[in-house]
Design a protein around this ligand. Structure first.
Ligand SMILES: Cc1cc2nc3c(=O)[nH]c(=O)nc-3n(C[C@H](O)[C@H](O)[C@H](O)COP(=O)(O)OP(=O)(O)OC[C@H]3O[C@@H](n4cnc5c(N)ncnc54)[C@H](O)[C@@H]3O)c2cc1C
Length: 459
């Protein structure tokens, strides 16, 4: 009986690696392995690359739109480095702006300044409109405390508990922290993990001015970098993997072909069902149970096509949400700020579970009325709406709650690695976590390959 490695192509010494899932984690893993000279096959169940951050044709709008409006942060260093190594011009693909929170009804305007950290933030808070002096002091105090505690919060604390302990007023929580937390974590503050939120704050607000900047994609999400990263791989779109089996020599069998290694990059419950036919290994039962137990929270995006471009002075506005009612829009994006001829608006509704059973048209009408009310003072007013679409992503991200067991990228089975925003990235379910997990899984695979083939390759 040979080992996994005895079938290696003797002349090129290349591994055959299967990557399951062409989301951002899978694309990052595949690119890293392909760059290292290995033979990579990527299986993707859908007809698109990008996974939960992809572009789709909408027959209702007769346009290609993303499955949801996404923003990146300057702190997303792994993604930005990857895009640069692909030779992509970041300034053509991402609109970079200083971090700002502007309420559509002008009840809050906070914009960081063009100053080095931490003065950019200090200036922003001190000059914010819509916050009392007391609230500015509360905000600066809790951020300073968090920095002083090296971004560590008590184990098991929710964001709500952390804010209460930090003596933030109810109003400050409602108008500032709650929208920020739901946008960053897609998890409401009463169940969101304070430690993960602290990590987001550390790497954005707590870091350099550049790290805190927002980056809005200027092209479709599939085209942003994934398509380019996968161009040299054997990409099999519309090809679902139903199960992963292990051969007696340790190689893996997927869709009737064998591979030296596998990187499983589907969402946690899908990956768990792919792995259930593998022989039990140390910790594998607990691993599969924790993956199946992960809870997910939906995000809805309402796209509105206007009769004419609105041309707002800024692309991104915070809306006042009615947390119980249907006026549920949280962030408004004007695409005419990204492309002058665009007539598209995108309205993001995170933590959208309560809307899942409401008719889409009812939600769309309520959101249009919400925007009209909250921008009533603006000139010019919103042009009339000629088309609309609501995309509900039911499993947009996992619920980032305290004490959640998130697996490492190395699995209990040798040669099989896990990647995805749900693995132990230190972040909530976000793009940067997905990409970091894909790169780490690929690096572990490369390390193991090097270690295990040393006697063969004499390296
Ligand atoms: C509407 C919405 C808005 C969001 N907004 C933001 C944001 O503004 N900023 C941010 O940072 N993050 C945001 N996120 C989160 C971000 O999109 C995700 O964290 C990220 O896309 C996850 O990538 P992934 O590769 O881990 O998983 P996925 O994207 O889920 O990729 C998994 C892939 O595996 C494929 N697959 C599954 N099973 C199989 C199988 N058996 N065989 C073959 N293929 C399979 C799937 O089709 C999918 O393409 C948002 C998510 C949504 C849905």
């Amino acid at each position: 009986m040979g080992t996994r490695w005895t079938q290696l192509n003797a002349t090129v010494q290349a591994m055959k690696v299967a990557v399951v899932g062409a989301g951002w984690a899978g694309a990052a893993a595949a690119y890293r392995l392909q760059q290292a000279g290995h033979q990579v096959t990527v299986f993707e169940a859908s007809r698109h690359v990008g996974g939960r951050a992809r572009s789709n044709y909408s027959p209702k709008l007769n346009l290609t739109v993303d499955n949801g409006q996404h923003i990146l942060l300057g702190a997303y260093s792994a993604i930005l480095t990857l895009m640069q190594s692909l030779g992509l011009d970041l300034s053509q693909r991402l609109l970079r702006d200083d971090l700002s929170i502007r309420c559509a009804d002008h009840s809050l305007v906070l914009r960081t300044a063009a100053l080095p950290a931490p003065w950019h933030l200090l200036w922003g808070v001190l000059n914010a409109q819509g916050l009392t002096l007391r609230e500015k002091w509360q905000l600066l105090r809790i951020c300073t405390q968090l920095r002083y505690q090296q971004w560590q919060v008590p184990v098991g604390q929710t964001v709500q508990q952390w804010l209460r302990q930090g003596k933030q007023s109810d109003r400050l929580v409602r108008i500032f922290w709650q929208p920020l937390c739901v946008a960053a974590m897609n998890t409401p503050i009463d169940i969101a993990c304070a430690q993960l939120f602290a990590h987001v704050l550390r790497d954005s607000l707590g870091a350099t001015r550049q790290a805190s900047q927002s980056l809005i994609p200027l092209c479709g999400l599939s085209e942003l970098w994934c398509q380019h990263a996968l161009a040299q791989t054997d990409l099999r779109l519309g090809t679902r993997v139903n199960t992963i089996k292990q051969e007696t020599n340790g190689t893996y069998l997927l869709n009737e072909d064998t591979y030296h290694a596998v990187i499983a990059c589907a969402q946690a419950p899908h990956t768990a069902s792919l792995l259930q036919d593998l022989p039990p290994a140390l910790g594998s039962v607990e691993l599969l149970q924790s993956m199946q137990a992960m809870q997910h929270i939906p995000i809805a995006t309402v796209y509105l096509e206007l009769e004419a471009p609105w041309c707002l002075p800024h692309p991104m506005w915070l809306l006042q949400e009615d947390p119980q009612g249907l006026a549920a829009g949280q962030w408004l994006f004007d695409h005419s700020c990204l492309h002058p001829e665009s007539t598209l608006l995108a309205v993001v509704i995170s933590d959208a579970g309560r809307l899942q059973h409401t008719a889409k048209d009812t939600i769309i009408d309520a959101v249009i009325a919400q925007i009209a009310t909250q921008t009533a003072q603006w000139a010019p007013p919103m042009p009339s709406v000629r088309g609309s679409e609501l995309i509900m992503e039911k499993r947009a991200s996992f619920a980032a709650t305290p004490g959640l067991q998130r697996p490492d990228n190395r699995s209990p089975w040798p040669g099989l690695y896990l990647a995805g925003d749900w693995t132990d990235t230190g972040y909530p379910g976000v793009l940067e976590g997905a990409v970091r997990s894909g790169l780490r899984a690929a690096d572990l695979c490369l390390q193991d390959y090097k270690k295990e083939t040393c006697p063969v390759t004499h390296c």
